[in-house]
Design a protein around this ligand. Structure first.
Ligand SMILES: Cc1cc2nc3c(=O)[nH]c(=O)nc-3n(C[C@H](O)[C@H](O)[C@H](O)COP(=O)(O)OP(=O)(O)OC[C@H]3O[C@@H](n4cnc5c(N)ncnc54)[C@H](O)[C@@H]3O)c2cc1C
Length: 426
């Protein structure tokens, strides 16, 4: 076992963002070490993460360019349409009442711009994304994947970043990246503050089986406790059952009791929110829960350090954009690092890191603010607010350019696109 590993970049955290960054850098021959404290088997096991991710079409192009998408395609369900509606729960009713005013995004509306019509994105189970990323990483000659590995000491100075692992191995590189998720220690150690608050909402995540096929339509119902998202999945490969993935954001104080309900009572609460548009429905498998909070780091960089993904910004899942935003950090950071290296510049130097931060700040800030505002606007039952937002939905639904604007944003097809999200190699 090498006691000292010299590389170009050290990435701490091999979640879906850190692992993708490792692949992106290694695809251009950058020597990268990726460290996670958890074992690969733990991170890919079913119970570790019950979520799915809506992969927007720009992120899909990047995964294609990185050789990851072919491994995901068989397990990916296309999102062709998105239907957004406002709903109310009335005591005793078997189903939430949804407002007649709604917003409908149909992917065929973008057919002119990118003929033929492409899906707006795909839903893939997180465990499949992790499995594909780790398989790809293992095949990359300039990537060293260390998991499980505990970091004992991390220092940074003018010349390099040094990571000492608990087993005594020492890694040294001109650039250190924190992809540690929203509770990342490196951000705090670097003295970078953050804007953060809890939402007093918890997302219950599970799978629903329903009688009718979803036909590629995702639903977002705004209920008083929070948004209830129904996301199309592939049919169960064993039973052929039609399935959707559910992200049910609910008042945090109600969630413990909901999670403890027996199957029949939980199914009733669930069906009330899901509705009957796909025939008979039932929740299946484990119920996962994720407390929701917002975090936005004041800086994304410090001496020889860059933050990416949830380590830099964690947002409400209301728009299914957290990983997509992190992916945009990844492709931007990989591009500035690779370009600096080709020019013989310092890849962990201030100029390189500032270029990364400039590129990402506005896009991230915009989505942090937009998701927060949307959640505040929709997660309440005040009659005047409900009326205003229903009229807003209906008005947006009538304006085709506005619909196309939202769709392009949801697909990640806006702004200054790095090479990878244009489908080009680094
Ligand atoms: C309910 C829910 C639904 C969501 N749905 C979507 C969606 O549809 N689309 C979308 O784009 N986003 C979605 N998101 C957001 C998305 O899941 C996150 O943005 C994304 O998973 C963040 O990935 P990450 O790799 O940055 O962080 P994490 O997934 O938190 O990974 C961090 C990794 O770092 C490791 N680590 C941390 N500290 C250390 C250390 N010191 N040493 C070694 N290892 C360390 C951890 O073990 C972990 O593996 C959703 C979020 C929630 C809560």
């Amino acid at each position: 076992m090498d006691r000292e590993i010299r590389c170009d970049v050290i990435v701490v955290g091999a979640g879906m963002i850190g692992a993708t960054l490792g692949i992106a850098l290694a695809s251009a021959g950058v020597r990268v070490a990726i460290i996670d404290r958890l074992a690969v088997d733990t991170m890919t096991a079913g119970p570790y993460d019950g979520r799915t991710t809506a992969i927007a079409s720009a992120a899909q192009r990047a995964l294609e360019a990185l050789g990851v998408w072919p491994m995901l395609a068989p397990d990916a369900a296309a999102i062709d349409d998105i239907r957004i509606s406002d709903g109310r729960l009335e005591p005793g009713a078997t189903e939430a009442r949804t407002s007649l005013l709604h917003l409908h995004f149909d992917h065929r509306e973008l057919a002119e711009a990118c003929a033929p019509a492409q899906p707006m994105g795909h839903i893939v189970e997180n465990r499949f994304i992790r499995r594909a990323l780790f398989t790809r990483l293992a095949a990359m000659p300039t990537a060293t994947f260390l998991a499980p590995a505990e970091t004992a000491r991390i220092t940074r100075d003018n010349a390099a970043a040094t990571v000492v692992l608990a087993d005594g191995r020492v890694l040294r590189a001109p650039l250190l990246v924190s992809a540690e998720g929203k509770f990342g220690a490196l951000r705090e150690q670097a003295g970078i503050g953050a804007l953060q608050w809890r939402y007093e909402q918890t997302a219950i995540v599970c799978v629903a089986e329903h009688e009718q096929p979803h036909r590629g339509v995702a639903h977002e119902k705004f209920l008083p406790g929070g948004p209830f998202a129904i996301l199309p999945m592939t049919d169960d490969p064993r039973t052929g059952a039609h399935r959707s993935s559910i992200v049910w954001s609910e008042r945090a104080d109600l969630v413990p009791a909901l999670l403890k309900l027996d199957d029949a009572a939980f199914a009733r609460e669930f069906a009330q929110r899901f509705g009957s548009h796909l025939g008979a429905v039932r929740p299946v498998g484990p119920r996962y829960h994720y407390p929701l909070s917002l975090m936005h780091a004041e800086r994304y960089i410090a001496q020889r350090l860059a933050l990416v993904g949830d380590a830099a910004h964690a947002i409400h899942p209301i728009a299914g954009q957290g990983w997509n935003l992190g992916l945009r950090d990844v492709v931007a950071l990989a591009e500035v690092v690779v370009d600096a290296r080709r020019l013989g510049l310092d890849i962990g130097g201030t100029a390189t890191l500032e270029a990364y931060e400039r590129w990402r700040r506005v896009d991230n800030l915009a989505l942090v603010a937009a998701t927060d505002a949307l959640n505040r606007l929709f997660s309440n039952d005040l009659p005047p607010v409900r009326l205003a937002r229903d009229l807003g939905l209906a008005a947006a639904n009538r304006v085709a350019p506005l619909r196309r604007f939202f769709m392009r944003h949801a697909m990640g097809a806006v702004g200054d696109q790095p090479r990878l999200t244009r489908g080009l190699p680094l």
